[in-house]
Design a protein around this ligand. Sequence first.
Ligand SMILES: Cc1cc2nc3c(=O)[nH]c(=O)nc-3n(C[C@H](O)[C@H](O)[C@H](O)COP(=O)(O)OP(=O)(O)OC[C@H]3O[C@@H](n4cnc5c(N)ncnc54)[C@H](O)[C@@H]3O)c2cc1C
Length: 407
Amino acid sequence: MKPKKFTPAHKSNNLAELVCSNSLKSTSPEKASGILKLEMLELDSLIIKAAHKSQLPAGGALAVDREQFSNYITNEIKSNPLIEIINDEILLLPEELNSPLIIATGPLTSSGLSKSIEDFIGKENLSFYDSISPIISYESLDDAHFFRASRYEESEGDYINCPLNEEEYALFHKTLIESEKIEFHNFEKPNYFEGCLPIEVMAERGVDTLRFGPMKPVGLIDPKTGNRPYSVVQLRKENSHESMWNIVGFQTKMKIKDQKEVLSKIPALKNAEFLRFGSIHRNTYINSPGVISNTLQSNKNPLLFFAGQITGVEGYSESSAMGLVAGINSSRIFKNKEPIIFPIKSALGCLTKYISDPSNKKIQPMNINLGLFDVKKPKKNIEMIKESSRQCILEIKNTNQIELDLV
Ligand SMILES: Cc1cc2nc3c(=O)[nH]c(=O)nc-3n(C[C@H](O)[C@H](O)[C@H](O)COP(=O)(O)OP(=O)(O)OC[C@H]3O[C@@H](n4cnc5c(N)ncnc54)[C@H](O)[C@@H]3O)c2cc1C
């Protein structure tokens, strides 16, 4: 809709505007983000190609000159004779479709269209904020400092419990109070539910507030001491092979370096590897499981696709990845071919599965990370993950004869 109408974050008249950081994160093939980008490049992603053409030196990260990046993409789209650009706000989803349509209006989708999407998918399936707790890799936990149990249950339970004694809790609280937080943008009015306050807001209410909230120890006995701990941080599994663990009730606006510092005060998390950092954002996104399939088609109308961040992924590369999948699949539907389901051996498959898997009842936006691969100890098995991803994308490319020059 730009430049006729702007969201509160967009300023440029051009396409592919990076509204905040100019980094598309790591290119290292040892990292999930690097694996995703290699797959996208193999499938001829315009976004990743543009990023390489406008790359700035930034260590292992793919940082770009945002003007050059956006100009390159705008020129490619504008000079393509098969693309017509119409700069208008879409207010309604069409009632009927004869050919594929992709909705990719992002985390700040304007209000008229949001209402129409909500009417189509159900009010309960569209969120306007994310409120995210960090996810930690199992491989990085210190097993000398946690125990498995569910509250009030005697057998080994579903949760990983990380106890803190009084002294450890006091240090944790002090470090949290002193940590730096990310300011809200002026269009993001914090309007917290009491049930999901950021940990730093709770900590400011008093030294014991967290101990009576997400860090309460009731119903838990540490088998090492035979006692109830002074306080406990609980981790809940985020995937069936237990490589990703979500810190229960730890949504936060702390800066990334502060999240690392504060959580390192919890003994079991001393060397925690973050698969996803905590955050609280203004973010319009679909609770995709049950609403869209792993081909990014709407379950209600397979001619309607969703792409980009609105599908429940998080980040520039991940949003572009969902554009690539929706682009390939909508063109295949247009040509009466079967859509491609990317296998979970690929990063593209991991993301599409995560957002569409009906066994995930309610999703919070997800970035690509090694924990999403179907491997118990992904860091140890990184060579196998890299090779499977490469093979699987080549196979898809060859067997489906994806026309790389789609437009
Ligand atoms: C303020 C902010 C900062 C962010 N910072 C980062 C960051 O630093 N790093 C990172 O990796 N990710 C960041 N993200 C998250 C996300 O990765 C980016 O927003 C990414 O650009 C999403 O891509 P997209 O294509 O889905 O949506 P967008 O890039 O937002 O593109 C959607 C387009 O649709 C247009 N539009 C909206 N409604 C309508 C309508 N009704 N009709 C027609 N057009 C419409 C918008 O104007 C926009 O041009 C940020 C998000 C926000 C909101």
